[in-house]
Write a protein that binds this ligand. Sequence first.
Ligand SMILES: [Cu+2]
Length: 167
Amino acid sequence: MKRRIIACALAMSLAFTTGALGHGDENHGKKEDRSAEGHAAGLGRPGDPGDVTRSIEVEMSDAMRFRPDSIRVKRGETIRFILRNTGNLEHEMVLGTIDELKGHAEMMRKSPEMEHADPNMVSVEPGKTGELIWQFTRDGTFDFACLEPGHFEAGMVGRIVVGHEGE
Ligand SMILES: [Cu+2]
């Protein structure tokens, strides 16, 4: 199991590298930040439960949708996402930029049995509730998705807009 997680992390960094070479600089952050801190570092960092400023409940369903699928937060906020899986399939929430998520979804499709675990994601069994605590440290528009094979492709994605107060 451990080996598979490592394989996933390695492939993720390869996906980043390829993405960085393949596209122009359409990312929000500096690339150095991401390579230094790992996945999703461009949009913040894993949050401390003691710093949570707000909880946001998100439903995940077999309709391959998140509800809500558009979330607005203030820069600096630490959010406790409460993920309710109301379906009969496993679902997950992975935070990242759309390019990162696309790369990861591609990998999940090629190796569906692959286990993956990172601070920017949570998997939730059918009928269960999971939590993800994240601090948003940067303005911008970020994405999240379910990377269970086929779910991302079916449109199981959402968007988080991080801005200053009053925006
Ligand atoms: Cu899903």
